[in-house]
Design a protein around this ligand. Structure first.
Ligand code: MLT
Ligand code: MN
Length: 308
C-alpha cells in the first residue's frame, strides 16, 4: 500500500488567509521551519495506479497538481482517483468535491449523515450521479472499496463513527448539543487494509475513548486529529471564542490529549494531521514539536509519503 499526505493542515490551511500570526507570517515568508500546509487529506493506493482520496479539501486541485501519481495517465480525460471517502461534512472535507466535476467517474463514499448533507446541497449535483455514485459507508463492517464501475481497488475498509461535531454551517439545527455521540455518524474514522497492512485515518475526533484505542492498537499507521495543541489555544491567541472541545476536536497535549492517550499503544507510525494554524507543532523549531517527536509522534506535512 502507498499512502500520500496531500494536506496536513486543519480548515483554513497554513497560513490561513486572514491569519497574521507570527507563525503564519513565517510561513508566508518562506521560513523553512514554518512549512506551508494545505487542508487535511490523504490518498491511498494498493496498486500505485488507482487511488482513494480521503477527504476532498478545498485545496484538492492544488494537491493533485503537487502529486504526480494523481495526474491523468490515459488519453485526453482520465484520473487515477477512483474513489473519494469523506469522513464528515465540514467545508474542509467536502468543498474539494466541486473540483472533481467535469464528467470523470469516481465513487463517493460517506456516512449516511454526510451523504444526506451532500444530498440537500444542490451545488454537489455538479457531480453527475450516473458517473459519481454516492455510496453509504457501512459502520463496523469490512467492505471492499470499488471504483464507479464496481471494480475492486484492492483495499478493504472499515468505517466507524467517532465522537465529533456536525458541520459548522448546520450547527443551528443541532441546538445546544453540539458535540455528537459516535453512533450518530456525523464524523467517522476509516481503517484501510491491504495484505494485512492497516492504515487508520481519524483526522477529526472529539475524544479518544477506550474503543478507539482498541481499534488503533496494532495498526501500522495511524493518522490522528491534531487540530489544537491545547483546548483554549484559539482564545489565548485572541482569534476566537471557541475551545477545541466546542469544535469537536481533542487536543494534542493534556491528560486526555492525543499524546497521553496514544503514546503507550503499539502503533507503527503515529502521524498528527488536521493541524490548525495556531498549533505550535507546525513550527519545526518549537518546544511543542520536540515534545511530540520525543513522545514518538510525527507531524504530517504536505508531500509526505508512506511506503510499507
Ligand atoms: C473543523 O474541523 O473544526 C472545521 O474544519 C471547522 C470549519 O469548518 O471551519
Ligand atoms: Mn476541519
Amino acid at each position: 500500500m502507498r499512502v500520500l499526505v496531500l494536506g496536513a493542515a486543519a480548515g483554513g490551511g497554513f497560513p490561513q488567509w486572514n491569519a497574521g500570526s507570527a507563525a503564519c507570517m513565517r510561513a508566508r515568508r518562506g521560513d523553512p521551519a514554518a512549512r506551508p500546509a494545505t487542508q487535511a487529506s490523504i490518498a491511498l493506493s494498493a496498486d500505485g495506479e488507482r487511488w482513494v482520496v480521503v477527504n476532498a479539501s478545498p485545496d484538492l486541485r492544488q494537491q493533485i497538481e503537487a502529486n504526480p501519481p494523481l495526474w491523468p495517465r490515459r488519453g485526453p480525460r482520465h484520473s487515477p482517483i477512483a474513489a473519494v471517502v469523506v469522513t464528515n461534512g465540514d467545508v474542509d472535507a467536502v468543498a474539494g468535491l466541486l473540483h472533481l466535476r467535469e464528467g470523470t467517474p469516481f465513487a463517493l463514499y460517506a456516512s449516511p449523515r454526510t451523504l444526506a448533507v451532500l444530498d440537500r446541497n444542490p451545488i454537489f449535483e455538479v457531480l453527475d450521479r450516473r458517473l459519481v455514485p454516492r455510496r453509504p459507508l457501512p459502520f463496523e463492517e469490512p467492505f471492499r472499496l470499488r471504483d464507479a464501475a464496481g471494480e475492486e481497488l484492492g483495499l478493504e475498509a472499515v468505517a466507524f463513527p467517532v465522537p465529533g461535531k456536525p458541520p459548522l454551517y448546520l450547527e443551528g439545527e443541532y441546538g445546544e448539543r453540539l458535540v455528537t455521540d459516535a453512533e450518530e455518524g456525523d464524523v467517522v474514522g476509516v481503517e484501510f487494509r491491504a495484505r494485512g497492512y492497516r492504515v487508520v485515518y481519524v483526522g477529526n475526533v472529539a475524544r479518544i475513548d477506550d474503543s478507539l484505542r482498541a481499534r488503533l492498537a496494532g495498526a501500522e499507521v495511524v493518522f490522528v486529529d491534531a487540530t489544537l495543541w491545547r483546548d483554549d489555544e484559539m482564545i489565548r491567541a485572541g482569534v476566537g471564542a471557541k475551545t477545541g472541545r466546542r469544535m469537536g476536536h481533542v487536543s494534542v497535549s493534556g491528560p486526555d490529549g492525543v499524546l497521553a492517550r496514544l503514546a503507550d499503544l503499539p502503533i507503527g507510525r503515529r502521524i498528527l494531521i488536521h493541524v490548525n494554524n495556531t498549533n505550535p507543532i507546525l513550527l519545526a523549531d518549537s518546544p511543542e514539536r520536540r515534545e511530540v517527536e520525543a513522545a514518538g509522534f510525527e507531524v504530517a506535512h504536505d508531500g509526505m509519503e508512506i511506503v510499507p
